[in-house]
Design a protein around this ligand. Structure first.
Ligand SMILES: Cc1cc2nc3c(=O)[nH]c(=O)nc-3n(C[C@H](O)[C@H](O)[C@H](O)COP(=O)(O)OP(=O)(O)OC[C@H]3O[C@@H](n4cnc5c(N)ncnc54)[C@H](O)[C@@H]3O)c2cc1C
Length: 292
């Protein structure tokens, strides 16, 4: 709204829509609900950017090496009213002296976990006030490459936040003939109600505008649906209208020295990022170790 008021002539400019979408909405959050006071918060690391060409899961797999991690255990209740905390998951329960809650902000917003007693009001307020953005990814594969041999291929669509750039996967993985594209914010949420065929048609309109009508349809599509995914309910946190920076600390604060909180949304300096999530885990582990 602030941008539209300041630059009314730019409202329908495709290049401006592209820039706001790719460099503001993707990096910081839903432009329609982004705090104009806090949009630029968060720290950056220096140094070069690297692409994990053999998959980002290489990093968590390395970190998980040697740990006893039980997958597919959905926590539904955490009762911290007694000295031993009772955690209920998949209909079973277990006890612990300390619990580190590292589910995404979207899961906390959705009240998927019942806490007994209820979480303190400051934490509940922060859960409500910090925003949860949505970004979805779409990976399309073809039998052969018809696109430019560039790392990124850009497009300026009429509709903001809609498939406006393509990562050329083939550039780093010459055996994979794939392009990956994105949808952000409300358009990302909308895509989750659209079939694969419709999504492919929409993406192909953009690619045909660049490469002509004779390009073939993809042979396969892989896509995320982070908004409706019950393990996340969104992509990452952002400073929405009504967010205050203190809310990130409220999200991080431990309760009764028993219940601890980690995750990107608990890192005031590096919220919304993978490194923010990683550093928050180390921060909370140190707190628990100090109590042992
Ligand atoms: C499309 C997209 C692009 C991104 N790009 C970047 C980028 O370029 N750089 C960057 O730094 N970050 C990026 N991010 C953000 C980054 O991925 C997140 O900030 C980071 O993964 C958050 O880590 P986390 O540990 O807080 O949460 P998660 O990685 O979401 O981990 C939370 C875990 O909790 C589990 N869980 C949920 N509910 C329950 C439950 N009830 N019981 C038990 N377990 C549960 C989930 O299954 C999940 O395993 C991107 C995110 C998206 C979606």
């Amino acid at each position: 709204m602030v941008f539209n008021n300041l630059y009314p002539a730019k409202v329908n400019d495709r290049l401006w829509k592209f820039l706001l979408s790719t460099y503001v909405t993707f990096d910081t959050g839903d432009l329609n609900n982004l705090s104009s006071l806090l949009y630029n918060e968060g720290e950056e690391f220096d140094g070069d950017e690297y692409i994990a060409t053999n998959g980002y899961d290489t990093i968590p797999n390395f970190l998980a090496n040697g740990l006893d991690i039980q997958l597919n255990q959905r926590v539904t209740q955490i009762d911290y009213s007694n000295s031993k905390i009772k955690v209920t998951h998949n209909g079973k329960s277990c006890e612990a002296d300390y619990v580190l809650v590292s589910v995404p902000l979207g899961v906390l917003k959705n009240n998927s976990i019942q806490f007994t007693p209820s979480l303190p009001t400051t934490k509940q307020n922060a859960i409500q006030k910090v925003g949860m953005n949505c970004v979805n990814k779409f990976l399309l594969t073809w039998n052969s490459v018809f696109w430019d041999n560039e790392q990124y291929i850009y497009y300026t669509p009429e509709v903001k936040d809609k498939f406006n750039f393509f990562v050329n996967v083939n550039k780093n993985n010459p055996t994979v003939n794939a392009l990956m594209t994105f949808a952000y914010a409300d358009y990302a949420r909308q895509t989750e109600t659209i079939t694969d065929t419709q999504i492919i048609d929409e993406i192909m309109l953009h690619l045909k505008d660049i490469y002509g009508n004779s390009i073939p349809n993809p042979t396969n599509i892989l896509r995320t649906k982070w908004q409706t995914n019950e393990n996340s309910f969104g992509a990452y946190s952002y400073t929405a209208v009504g967010t205050e920076m203190q809310h990130f600390n409220d999200l991080a604060n431990e309760v009764n020295n028993k219940l601890f909180f980690a995750g990107e949304h608990t890192n005031i300096d590096y919220f919304s990022t993978a490194h923010g999530a990683y550093l928050s885990g180390i921060r909370e582990a140190d707190k628990i170790i100090a109590l042992l």
